[in-house]
Design a protein around this ligand. Structure first.
Ligand SMILES: NC(=O)c1ccc[n+]([C@@H]2O[C@H](COP(=O)([O-])OP(=O)(O)OC[C@H]3O[C@@H](n4cnc5c(N)ncnc54)[C@H](O)[C@@H]3O)[C@@H](O)[C@H]2O)c1
Length: 449
């Protein structure tokens, strides 16, 4: 099929490159000319494991192309996927990119003969596809949904860091559709996928994405509330408590004599809170949606509240154990919101660095892929290092901000010699499964000491 995709961020470009690999002819559209140029030259404009070779391969084969020309891209395709951003604006979802893109697609469809399906892949609050998107599309196209246009809502569940794997082998494909004809076209887009394809209404598809993210955020905040309790209870350790909890057969069933450990268990662990481009803004959007409907959602409000307080609680714990950070030289390893990505949006590690700086620490930061991207966020208020050893040279304390597996492979004895102090505070418990580095005092989260 000929598919156009509006927006070449993590969702748009991964979707485009994967669908091109699966045999579709895909054109990715972005308003950022520099980004389009990079993709057209076979380069991924951001870090995502496996994306670079996939973009290179699909651009070289001609299955994938990129352009700033939205009109031609839409007119030369059968289906258009909208994958633009839906950021937070003061606690509400900002639908301006969605509205602008929908109007531009409608404008392109005005002079395009034949039936065309438009599917929203971005995360949008219930009612958006049938409201803002439909109105902008129909208004600009002068055409009607159900006759000339098919409207779908096809939420994306990929996770940054494993985006290609997640896209290529999804748990399910959710297709919200205005009518059966539109749904059939989206079924064709995903014809080669061997997973349940669930067709539902537009609003149910929109809700399914929020339900999924709200559950994940709830598990994280539940774990962190428990971690906070353990942190103030000498002898308690939330990691051990969670190991015990995980062994409940309803969480990790025994099948054919083998215990299965579902991925969901990774959300039932102490951490420094959820971050990234999705969970924080999606929970805020759902809360605003609930307020707009006059529905009380105290559980969801508490999930956000626990998360908002978690990073400073983790730093309070560190100061209780190690002493005040004022005047200390601190090296922070990891800035991305999780390992495997360069995404810094709502990263707990960035928040941690800001708090350290505000508490008077002299901070040097390093991330394997995101150090340079952090410069505009942290400006000249911290120092930037080209490697872990450089970040920790002369420091009193090392803090792990992101659980990159690289930390396990560092030459810790050499780092120990280069540091002034001998303290590691592992705010991600990422060194937990390793032999603790020798000659260091290692502090972790979730335990009462
Ligand atoms: N990032 C994730 O892990 C993830 C996972 C699932 C769902 N989502 C959702 O998918 C959507 C996109 O997320 P993302 O992280 O890929 O966003 P992003 O901000 O990384 O990328 C959005 C892209 O859209 C482009 N764009 C915006 N308006 C445009 C227009 N009118 N014409 C052409 N290009 C335009 C921007 O320039 C940008 O490159 C969001 O709604 C997000 O919540 C994201």
């Amino acid at each position: 099929m000929n598919i156009s995709i509006i927006g070449t961020g993590y969702v748009g470009l991964v979707t485009g490159a994967c669908l091109a690999k699966l045999g579709h002819k895909v054109v990715c559209v972005d308003q950022l000319a520099a980004r389009v140029l990079r993709i057209s030259g076979g380069s991924a404009p951001f870090f995502e494991p496996g994306l670079q070779p996939l973009v290179e391969e699909t651009i070289a084969s001609g299955a994938l192309s990129a352009t700033v020309d939205l009109i031609s891209a839409v007119q030369d395709s059968d289906v258009t996927l909208i994958a633009v951003g839906t950021p937070d604006a003061d606690g509400h979802i900002d639908l301006s990119q969605i509205e602008t893109a929908s109007a531009a697609i409608g404008h392109a469809l005005k002079s395009k003969p034949g039936y065309h399906v438009v599917a929203v892949k971005s995360t949008v609050v219930p009612g958006t596809t049938d409201g803002v998107v439909r109105a902008a599309l129909e208004g600009a196209a002068g055409k009607v949904t159900g006759t000339d246009i098919g409207l779908c809502m096809n939420p994306e569940f990929l996770r940054e860091g494993t985006a290609i794997e997640d896209f290529m082998a999804p748990d399910r494909i959710v297709i919200g559709a205005s009518d059966a004809r539109a749904a059939a076209v989206m079924q064709e887009v995903y014809a080669s996928f061997d997973c349940p394809r669930v067709v539902m209404s537009l609003r149910n598809a929109e809700f399914t994405k929020y339900a999924s993210n709200a559950l994940l955020a709830t598990l994280i905040s539940f774990s962190n509330e428990l971690a906070s309790l353990c942190e103030r209870t000498p002898g308690a350790d939330a990691e051990i408590v969670m190991d015990g909890l995980h062994l409940d057969k309803r969480l990790s069933p025994v099948i054919d004599g083998h215990r299965v450990r579902p991925g969901i268990l990774s959300y039932l662990r102490p951490s420094s809170g959820y971050g990234g481009s999705c969970l924080p803004k999606d929970i805020a959007a759902l809360l605003a949606y609930a307020r707009g409907k006059n529905v009380e959602t105290p559980l969801l409000a508490a999930v956000a509240q626990v998360n908002a307080a978690r990073t400073s609680a983790v730093l309070d714990l560190a100061e209780d154990r190690i002493g005040a950070f004022a005047g200390q030289r601190v090296g922070v390893l990891g800035l991305a919101f999780k390992s495997g990505t360069d995404d810094l949006r709502h990263s707990p590690a960035i928040h941690l660095v800001e708090l350290l700086r505000d508490r008077g620490a002299d901070v040097t930061v390093y991330d394997p892929v995101a150090t340079d991207l952090a410069r505009p966020l942290l400006n000249g208020t911290v120092k930037y290092a080209g490697g872990a050893l450089e970040a920790l040279e002369g420091s009193d304390v090392a803090i792990i901000g992101t659980a990159w597996p690289e930390w396990g492979e560092l030459d810790w004895p050499k780092i120990r010699k280069a540091m002034r102090g001998n303290v590691i505070f592992d705010a991600r418990n990422s060194l937990r499964s390793l032999d603790p580095p020798k000659d260091f005092k290692l502090y972790q989260i979730g335990n009462g000491g």
